[in-house]
Ligand binder design. Structure first.
Ligand SMILES: [Zn+2]
Length: 252
């Protein structure tokens, strides 16, 4: 069984029920829906509480860093108390789009890191063109960390591995220019996750179409091929890792 460790069910063209059913038919037995803002996180938690095998994370994406307020952080903490909410995220830094000033992104990020520590929740991190600053803020994190949509090369893999971070591989690892794909063997197998980030980043061979959780199978197949392991082995390994980091009640 596969786990899509990072997906946005509320942003798909199709109803979440349909996406989850199609994913299950493709062998994706559990999904973690990721929050990108206060309302999205609230909706995601609701979705997860009524759908089996769907879990949720509560966070504020750096693109929405302007949502930052004491009330917003309190809401994330309230949501995190629900059994269906398994992580805080996504949060982090995005210097590619720079939608909000970097100090604004960073302040929010720092506060969510400290919230995760006080609640003992894992963190799901979005970092784009901001690796060093992201790693700097994460020095304060004492719990598990997932670097989602990881696209680093050798240096970044080594740094993240030293700290024991989980690396979430999305569809972009299947693209020809992927630096990560060339260094997959450097990643600790115990820290490897696969994800879709649907509706974004459709993997080969469905690139160019809207992404869906069922497509995590293509990313898993690609990674298995590169590592020279059987697909089922990679599925089992990454599902166990997702279960461990998010403490999912999965029987594997
Ligand atoms: Zn995402």
């Amino acid at each position: 069984m596969l786990v899509d460790s990072h997906t946005h069910l509320l942003m798909l063209d199709v109803p979440p029920e349909e996406a989850v059913r199609e994913a299950a038919e493709a062998g994706v037995g559990a999904l973690v829906n990721i929050g990108t803002g206060v309302e999205d996180s609230r909706e995601g938690a609701r979705l997860a509480s009524r759908m089996p095998n769907v879990y949720s994370a509560a966070g504020i994406h750096p693109h929405n860093a302007g949502e930052h307020s004491t009330a917003a952080l309190e809401t994330l903490a309230e949501l995190a108390a629900g059994p269906e909410v398994v992580a805080l995220g996504e949060v982090g830094l995005d210097y590619y789009r720079d939608r909000w000033p970097r100090e604004v992104q960073r302040t929010l990020f720092e506060e969510v890191v400290s919230l995760a520590d006080s609640l003992r929740m894992p963190l799901v991190i979005h970092s784009r063109e901001a690796f060093d600053d992201t790693m700097d803020v994460l020095k304060a994190a004492r719990g598990p960390v997932v670097l989602h949509c990881f696209e680093g090369g050798e240096h970044e893999i080594r740094e993240a591995s030293e700290r024991g971070y989980y690396l979430g591989l999305a569809g972009n690892v299947t693209y020809k220019n992927s630096e990560t794909a060339r260094h997959l063997h450097l990643i600790d197998p115990e820290r490897l996750l696969v994800e879709t980030d649907a509706p974004y980043l459709s993997p080969q061979p469905v690139r160019g179409r809207p992404n869906a959780p069922k497509n995590v199978i293509h990313t898993a197949r690609f990674v298995a091929g590169r590592l020279g392991v059987r697909e089922e082995e990679l599925a089992a390994l990454t599902a166990r890792n997702a279960r461990d980091v998010f403490r999912l009640p999965l029987e594997l």
